[in-house]
Each structure stands twice: as C-alpha cells, then as structure tokens.
Design a protein around this ligand. Structure first.
Ligand code: TRP
Ligand code: ZN
Length: 499
C-alpha cells in the first residue's frame, strides 16, 4: 500500500502525485494535545487508535522494562508527523513497516515523523521498540510508576500510560488491548481483561492478557510482583479474577473479605446500571504505600491501606460502579469528571441504604448540613471543577447530592430509568455533562437546566429549597443532622488520591 513503484517517462509525475499529493502543504503535524481544556498536552491530534499490542519484559530487581508496542490507528487528517505520549527510551519506530524519525519533546511528547506523509483516513501500524527504568522518569515533576518491594504498579489518573507504553493518552481515544509480559518465574503480571495464556521458558513466565472491549488509556493497568490469584464466577455469570500481593501482612484478610465480594457486588450493581460491560471483573491489591483505589477497567486497583481498619466493601462498590460510570461511558474531557465520581459515590449511597447504614436521603442531607455556606467546599462546581479541583470532595459528595436532587425532581421511575439507560446510550463511548443533562431531560420529560445549574455549576451552597428534605429544617446551617453509619467508609474510598 505504501510501496513506491518507479514508473518511467511521462507517467512518473502522475504516479508520484498519487503517492505524495502535490498539495503537500495540506500535510501538517498532528497537534501535541487532543484539545482537553484542563490538560492541553494530553492526548494528541491527527489519528485515532483502535488497538494496542504490548509485548513486554520486566525485571523486578532493577525495574527495567523493555518492550515493543504495536499501535493500530487511523489518521484523521493529512499528517506530516504525529505525537505519542511517552517517557521511556526508544530505539526504533516503524510506521507501516518503514523506519521513522522520532524525538522526545516537552514534558511527555514523543514526535514521530514517517518517511512519507500520511493521507487522512489511512490505517497505520506504528511499532515502537523501547526500554527504560520507569521509576527514574518524571514529567511535570511527578511519576505515577509505583515501585513495590517485589515489582511495580502502573495505575493513576489522569495519567499513567507514559511510564509504560506509548499512547494517545486521553479518555476520548479508546482502544482494545493485548498486554503480554514476561517476568522472572515466581513473579506474576496482572493487567486488564482475560488471562489468555501463561507460558514458561528458561526462567521467565509470560502472562498474556486481553481487554477485548475498548478502554481509556488511564484505565489500562499493569502490576508486576508476587500475587495470589483467585478465580470464581458470579451468580450472574461474570468471571471474576482477583489478585493479592503475597506480602499484605495484617491487611491480607480484610482485603480478601472485601475484594472477594466483587461478584456479588457486580451482580447487585447490574440491577441498577444494566448488564456488566466487560468480559471479566475483579481487582488486585499490590503491596504499595499509596492510599487510593482506581477503577482500572475490569481489574480494579486497591491500595492495602484501604483495608487497614478492616474490611471496606464501600470502596469495592465505588470502583465497580465506575465500570459503568467512567469505564463503559467515559468522560469526553476531564472537566466531565462528575459523570465518574458523582455516580460512583451515589452507588456507595445506594449500597449504604441496602446495608441499612443510612439512606441516600440521609447521606444527601448530611452532605448539605455538614458544610456551612461559607465552607470553600461549595465554591467547587462539580460540573466543571477545574484541573486543580478535579478530585476534590465536592466532586464526589456534592456531586452525589446533585444526583439525589435529580431523583427528587424527576421521581424514582424516571430516575432509575436514567441510571440504567445512560450506560446503554453511550456504551463503550464518551459523553459530557451536557450530554447527560440532555439525556435526563429527554427521559424525564422535565426541564432540568435550573437544577443542574444549581447543583453542578453554581459556586455557592444551593438554597434550602433546592435541598428537598431540608425544606423542613431551614437552610442546614446549624441544623444537626446525624452522621450516617456508612459515612466514614464512603469517604475513605476517595481519600488520599493524587500524586
Ligand atoms: N478515580 C479514583 C476513584 O475515585 C480516585 C483518583 C483520583 C485517583 N485521582 C487519582 C486514583 C489518582 C489514583 C490516582 O476511585
Ligand atoms: Zn471514583
């Protein structure tokens, strides 16, 4: 397809024009960012990825990662060059089989210039051979590659891929994945989806994982270390694969007592959100010192710290709810984060009610009453919180209260139809807060602009009249509302995140 055929004589000029159109001026570099208002350099312009094939080798003793990434994509403009987001050392790049020029620029950009420019709409195969010690690489002064005593973990938000594979790192470019990693015998490699095979040769074991549903780059995960892997099947027929570091010490039992409930919770969430979107479910608990959990698609990342006070099923509910709200339907831009965190938190509220530890109503009232009007909590607008406040409590708690306010306004029948219909409406796609507003109005048949403006965008505390139950009890300031039993574990699920 990209072979150049020499044609002598008068035909030569014409055939050259086919290979490289005369209007070479229309061939321009792809943008270094995909256009996210919070993170102008995240993702890239000019192409759309459909699949990542990562064939890697990792040595836990030295943290050396080497591999070949084969990226299948299609150009979306006439391209003279394009960027990937990547930090490791590259030895060779090929585009459609031919060696390409390449260079690292900026904090995390990697520019590839193919021998021949690429016309819009062309399928391209990009092969990147690389190596490096990810823990020694930083961008913007941070690293999201977390070393453990026996290996490492790639799991972070909104960026984690730069440390282990070259990508178009933005949730709006989803792709399927084959991740195959060789590790020394006795070490395991955990990633998303289904374990297709393991094979051992000369002291190295290769784990080959497949994510056959499109996932965002930040939801791709890799854990290397010594793990105990458990498998089961939920009543609803979802295969569950969990993995526990063999070094969890005192937290081991509480971690298992929480994460082994994955199948039960996936089935329970399916009643609210519709069919589970991935071919397997599960989570892993590596021996990290980080404090957060992350909704890595079909294989949730949990920090052992979350189980330090005993079992924590609420965090499991939160991360599994993200499989629908965040992973199946992903944000269009990072400003749409409420679509992830508001709903994952609301799922914890539903679970709290299910467990008899506080109803969604009581939790919403508690959020309202426990933050007086002058609390800076209310200055953060969950519908567009700003990059510096993307994961503030307001996005989670005010965000979930906004969902309760929507339920109050439209009634339970319409509300639960929206909750279940939304993942179906945008299955494996991307959507914005504005898309959700339109969808909720369509399903409920009610104008909702005022409600969303009050709860998602107004940088101040909604009036008492907007918080239904408190219409009886004043504006909430000074009213004592008892803290629901579930409160602490709900909050613990989103404590301590960030770099
Ligand atoms: N999305 C994660 C959750 O709610 C929390 C989170 C925010 C996070 N920023 C992060 C996790 C950075 C890891 C790294 O479960
Ligand atoms: Zn979350």
């Amino acid at each position: 397809m990209h072979r150049r055929i020499f044609v002598p004589g008068a035909l030569a000029a014409a055939s050259l024009m086919l290979a490289i159109p005369a209007s070479a001026a229309s061939y321009t570099p792809g943008a270094p960012g995909i256009g996210d208002p919070y993170y102008p350099y995240y993702g890239n312009g000019g192409y759309d990825v459909s699949h990542y094939d990562l064939r890697l080798r990792y040595q836990p003793e030295t943290d050396e990662l080497q591999g070949t990434a084969t990226v299948l994509a299609r150009t979306t403009q006439d391209l003279s060059s394009f960027d990937l987001d990547f930090l490791l050392d590259v030895s060779e790049v090929r585009v459609n089989g031919a060696k390409a020029a390449f260079t690292h620029t900026g904090e995390h950009e990697f520019v590839v210039t193919p021998k021949r420019p690429l016309a819009k709409g062309t399928p391209i195969t990009v092969v990147v051979r690389y190596s490096g010690v990810p823990s020694t690489k930083s961008a913007y002064g941070f690293t999201t590659w977390h070393r453990t005593p026996d290996g490492a973990v790639a799991a972070d938000e909104p960026e984690a891929a730069w440390w282990w594979f070259p990508s178009n790192d933005h949730p709006s470019d989803k792709a399927t994945y084959d991740v195959s990693v060789a590790v020394p015998d006795g070490t395991q490699a955990i990633s998303n989806g289904t374990l297709q095979s393991t094979s051992s040769q000369r002291g190295w074991t290769r784990y080959s994982w497949r994510q056959n549903k499109p996932q965002a780059t930040y939801l791709a995960t890799l854990a290397l270390g010594r793990f105990d892997i458990t498998t089961s099947t939920s009543d609803g027929g979802i295969p569950v694969i969990n993995a526990y570091s063999t070094d969890l010490g005192d937290n081991d039992d509480a971690a298992r007592a929480s994460v082994e409930r994955t199948g039960e919770i996936v089935d329970w969430l399916s009643d609210w959100f519709g069919p589970y979107p991935f071919s397997t479910a599960g989570g892993y608990v590596p021996n990290t010192t980080t404090g957060y959990a992350l909704e890595t698609a079909s294989r949730v990342y949990y920090s052992p710290k979350q189980f330090a006070k005993g079992s924590n099923v609420s965090v499991v509910v939160h991360e599994l709810a993200h499989q629908w709200y965040g992973d199946d339907v992903s944000v269009k831009d990072w400003k749409d984060i409420w679509l992830n965190e508001g709903f994952a938190t609301y799922a914890q509220w539903l679970w709290s009610e299910h467990e008899g530890e506080g109803t969604t109503r009581e939790l919403a009232d508690y959020v309202y009453a426990s933050h007086p009007a002058d609390d800076p909590f209310w200055t953060v607008a969950p519908g567009d919180p700003g990059a510096d406040h993307q994961f503030d409590d307001a996005v989670y708690d005010r965000g979930a209260a906004a969902i309760q306010a929507l339920r109050d306004e439209v009634g339970d029948t319409a509300f639960f139809a929206i909750l279940k219909g939304w993942p179906k409406e945008h299955a494996y796609g991307n959507a914005s807060v504005a898309d959700f507003e339109r969808y909720a109005e369509e399903v409920s048949g009610k104008p909702l602009a005022g409600l969303f403006d009050t709860w998602l965008f107004q940088p101040s505390k909604p009036a008492a009249s907007a918080a239904r139950s408190l219409a009886k009890g004043g504006d909430g300031a000074g009213t004592s509302v008892t803290r629901p039993k579930s409160w602490q574990s709900i909050e613990a699920a989103h404590g301590g995140h960030g770099h």
